[in-house]
Design a protein around this ligand. Structure first.
Ligand SMILES: [Zn+2]
Ligand SMILES: [Zn+2]
Length: 560
């Protein structure tokens, strides 16, 4: 056994001892021993217990632990500490910049037990209020986690988008006048992307390789004369494919759709043309209208195209308002007024639905019944003051363990809309989780079902639900389903949008904004909705103020 391994094990032992509040003298001496052993010029594993005890700054009890490790490969005390610690918490301890004290706060005060939950908490500003944390620490942790996720080779769409658009500009600069486009998963706006594919309409040669080399954030891995495989400094793999200028549009199509989509496309072409003037031209040759890249998944897009029913996909400009946002009343960072003015002046929206957390969400400063009424007063005041805009009174009400909402009916009746969301008890089986949601959907005050599965992409699987049953219940009870736009959530999954639309269920593209910046997450929700084949006519928040007000009144049984 190498000294390094022994030192690492002792360090972990000292961290876990500290995490479990053991005697600080013992913790320190264990850490000191780890430090010492890392630096020793000889192998500790070759020494017997007596010799280990003689090593400077290693006490008797530490020496016996080291001896136990060398002889048996484990330390019993460490094993028992492991048993007392959720594996996710041990993983959190491995994040750069997080010592046992901070991990303890995260675990005990915030109830976070996995890296995914921690990442989400950073994005929701939940760390800044915990003892010993600040905005800066939160940002450092967020970055460290992104790096950790990235090391698994899979990325959120948002992470890839951050590098993709600047890369495109740089490529256009070094290769002026060339046709350049993204292809693959990224062009299809998949929620998780393995690598970034780019197609360039010119043959690859030495001169081009040199130009690509000049992009300092790329490390050149290899080239085979047609393709350059490289890696961005963030760890995202980048594949640059080259083709002749004339072949560009046909190649673009062949490199964008999934295998299933392309097989179907091919079967509809008498012969595969090498040169087309655009993708539209290619689809036309197959007797089809252009199918948008997002839809080229090999699902039902050809069927829709054949019936002339391809949807006009929703766009940013279709949205007239926004629902689901949090202010300083709960865990947001901006005031109601700041949020409202931003929506009106910067985003050009007609309304904003505020939906701070309800009373059960104590960690997020959820509103007590008195505070709900106080917030309504402030909203009334602001609505009197801010012209050409309206703040709608909403709440993100926790769905409790048994599916009930956490305010009495009289209070629920005072809101313009109610988003019902699960924020606790994730470890339910499908049957229980489904019936909990259905009970919440059947509550006459529920307007929108929030992030239906609680998933956090790449880090936490949602609780299992029976999608058909949940969507059917929404249809029966006139409940709208949220497309939560947080790039980590994108929940309800786009693969279920069509089923919801077939059942006549409306969707709402909600930012779940916790700051004015958070409204921009709507962008990711729109991409997900487009992938799901959603049009403006299927979106609650594409309704203008007048229409949504009438809709919400009707839903609550109030005659307009
Ligand atoms: Zn929520
Ligand atoms: Zn929320």
């Amino acid at each position: 056994m190498e000294n390094k391994t022994i030192a690492r094990t002792l360090r972990l032992l000292s961290q876990l001892m500290e995490l479990h509040n053991e005697n600080s003298f013992k913790v320190k001496s264990m850490a000191a021993a780890a430090f010492k052993i890392d630096k020793l010029p000889f192998s500790v594993a070759q020494k017997n217990l007596e010799e280990i005890e003689k090593i400077d700054s290693i006490g008797k009890s530490t020496a016996s632990k080291i001896n136990e490790l060398i002889k048996t490969g484990v330390i019993a005390e460490l094993q028992s500490l492991f048993e007392k610690t959720p594996p996710g918490v041990v993983e959190i301890m491995s994040i750069k910049g997080l010592g046992p004290k901070k991990v303890l706060t995260i675990w005990n005060e915030l109830g976070i037990e996995t890296v995914g939950e921690l990442y989400y908490a950073c994005n929701e500003n939940r760390l800044i209020e915990a003892k010993g944390f600040g905005f800066k620490t939160q940002e450092e942790i967020r970055k460290a986690i992104e790096f950790k996720i990235a090391s698994n080779g899979r990325f959120l769409y948002r992470q890839v988008e951050e590098i993709a658009e600047p890369l495109l500009l740089d490529l256009k600069k070094v290769l002026p006048g060339q046709l350049i486009s993204f292809t693959g998963d990224y062009r299809r706006k998949c929620e998780i992307v393995d690598g970034l594919d780019v197609l360039i309409g010119c043959p690859l040669n030495e001169d081009i390789i040199a130009k690509i080399h000049s992009l300092s954030f790329l490390s050149l891995i290899k080239t085979d004369g047609k393709r350059i495989e490289s890696e961005h400094s963030t760890g995202i793999k980048i594949y640059l494919d080259f083709c002749g200028h004339e072949a560009f549009y046909s190649e673009l199509a062949w490199k964008t759709g999934t295998a299933e989509h392309l097989a179907e496309l091919k079967s509809r072409l008498k012969e595969v043309p090498l040169v087309v003037s655009s993708e539209k031209d290619l689809y036309l040759k197959a007797g089809l209208p252009l199918i948008e890249p997002e839809l080229r998944e090999g699902r039902n897009e050809f069927e829709l195209a054949d019936k002339g029913m391809l949807p006009k996909l929703v766009e940013w400009d279709d949205l007239k308002g926004t629902l689901h946002s949090h202010s300083t009343w709960s865990d947001g960072v901006h005031t109601l007024e700041q949020m409202a003015l931003y929506c009106r002046d910067k985003l050009g929206l007609e309304y904003m639905g505020i939906s701070d957390h309800s009373k059960t969400a104590v960690y997020a400063k959820g509103l007590s019944e008195e505070r709900v009424l106080a917030q309504h007063q402030e909203i009334d005041q602001l609505n009197g003051k801010i012209s050409n805009f309206r703040i709608l009174k909403g709440i993100e009400s926790d769905i409790l363990f048994d599916g009930s909402l956490d305010y009495p009916d009289e209070l629920l009746a005072t809101f313009d809309f109610v988003i019902a969301s699960v924020h606790s008890a994730f470890k339910m089986n499908e049957e229980k989780a489904t019936s909990r949601l259905i009970k919440a959907i059947e509550n006459p005050y529920t307007t929108i079902l929030g992030h239906p599965t609680g998933r956090l992409l790449l880090s936490r699987k949602g609780y299992p639900i029976n999608y058909e049953k949940v969507i059917d219940a929404c249809a029966a009870n006139q409940v709208i389903i949220e497309i939560n736009s947080n790039p980590l959530r994108l929940d309800i999954d786009w693969r279920w949008h069509q089923y919801a639309l077939e059942k006549g269920v409306m969707l709402s593209i909600n930012p779940d904004a916790h700051s004015i910046k958070g409204f921009h997450d709507t962008h990711f929700g729109i991409l997900a909705a487009r992938k799901g084949g959603v049009s403006a006519s299927n979106c609650l928040n594409a309704l203008n103020l007048e229409a949504i007000t009438a809709y919400l009144k009707q839903k609550r049984g109030i005659k307009a």
